[in-house]
Design a protein around this ligand. Structure first.
Ligand code: NAD
Length: 368
């Protein structure tokens, strides 16, 4: 199979994670050949550390003739413009979430990609992690019976304690909803299918957050988005559950995701990580059991969505972390915001298919 040539736009915090996975885990599929940022010093620092020969301003990536895919790792408010420009330069795109901040923005990206015959993928891809896929296989093979409901929590306390530049996490396009809900929603879509309707309450617990990290220690960030959100979701297949999503929680012992089936309960690890145990306790069990890992590559991390997109381009099939999934996830989040504002249940207008399990791809089956 052709090895793809990839360029990165945005060399901030998460860029190193993409670079190390590309080099250590996904090198059979793609090479990162150029990296860029508006702040060229940032690009240089990463290029030096990871031995990337070409670095500079975004134009070196947009305009390169030898780049197939651009990874968009910029801040959320410019995701849409960077993705559109990358498409217009003839490149497939894999973007960090959210794909765009509005429904209209995502539809514009979809329209542009379709017209140009290019692919767009969108993070998070942790629903393709070994634990999330193992849970999906166990669920589909009836280990806990039909799923009835779930309880989920994202218990975070905010990034201003370790990042001096945590501002964007409290602005439109981030907050616990845009920043963290996609990890959970993509896993739910992978397990249950699309969301039918939502209800939600939310509040800004602290009007200002104080940066604790040098060199901006003591500076304030004004908070624009709810940081404690309790929502209820009903899926098209009838599954319903609750989701507490917050940047105000110091610690929690509640499982990240607990699924209640007709015959038992299943617990999934942190959806923002790619490792961890999946536990099951069936109705006759006297204790919890760790289920086997069903897909290969326990080292899967950020970037597996790019591998899946490359495989899909090569086999002319749909990739899993696609625009429809990103649209639906954003639509659900925006619907939750509407539910908070209107104190009512909001019907989610979009839908998206439940993606197939990775085990349908022979390359990823552990036992073969
Ligand atoms: N930091 C994390 O742990 C993490 C984890 C998962 C996903 N993400 C997502 O990744 C994205 C980036 O997050 P981050 O923490 O790396 O942010 P960051 O602020 O550390 O880095 C973003 C970089 O993008 C650059 N940039 C901004 N506008 C640009 C433009 N128009 N063209 C080129 N470069 C531009 C900035 O100069 C900066 O270096 C966000 O969407 C975030 O939600 C972050």
């Amino acid at each position: 199979m052709k090895k793809y040539r990839v360029g990165i736009i945005g060399c901030g915090e998460i860029c190193g994670n993409y670079l190390s996975h590309a080099q250590q885990v996904y090198s059979d599929y793609y090479d990162i050949v150029a990296i860029s940022d508006l702040d060229v010093e940032r690009a240089k620092k990463r290029a030096d550390k990871y031995g990337i020969a070409k670095y500079g301003t975004p134009d070196i990536v947009y305009n390169a003739d030898d780049i197939d895919i651009i990874i968009n790792l910029t801040v959320p408010k410019v995701h849409e413009q960077v993705t559109l420009k990358a498409l217009e330069c003839g490149k497939h795109v894999y973007s960090e979430k959210p794909l765009a901040l509005t429904r209209e923005g995502i539809l514009k990206i979809k329209d542009t990609a379709e017209k140009l015959g290019l692919r767009v993928g969108c993070a998070p891809d942790s629903f393709m992690s070994a634990p999330a896929q193992s849970a999906k296989k166990a669920l589909e093979e009836d280990w806990i019976g039909n799923p009835i409901g779930f309880n989920a929590i994202c218990p975070l306390r905010g990034n201003e304690f370790h990042r001096a530049d945590a501002d964007f996490f409290y602005k439109k396009g981030a907050g616990p909803m845009f920043d963290m809900a996609p990890y959970y929603l993509n896993i739910f879509i992978s397990l249950f299918g699309a969301v039918d309707s939502v209800m939600a309450m939310g509040k800004i617990s602290f009007e200002e957050r104080t940066i604790k990290a040098a060199p901006r220690r003591g500076e304030k960030i004004s908070v624009e988005v709810p940081t404690f959100v309790c929502s209820t979701l009903r899926f098209e297949n009838g599954v319903m559950g609750t989701f507490t999503n917050s940047f105000d929680i110091w610690s929690s012992q509640t499982p990240f995701i607990e699924i209640y089936g007709e015959k038992g309960t299943m617990i999934l690890p942190d959806p923002n990580r790619y490792q961890g145990e999946v536990l099951i306790r069936r109705y006759k069990d006297t204790e919890w059991h760790t289920i086997p890992q069903f897909v290969e590559y326990e080292k899967y991390g950020r970037g597996i969505g790019i591998v899946d997109m490359i495989r899909a381009i090569e086999s002319d099939t749909e990739h899993k972390a696609n625009i429809d999934m990103a649209y639906h996830t954003t639509d659900v989040i925006l619907s939750m915001e509407e539910a908070i504002d209107t104190h009512s249940e909001i019907k989610v207008n979009s839908t998206t298919p439940k993606p197939d399990g990775l085990w349908t791809n022979p390359e990823t089956i552990l036992w073969k």
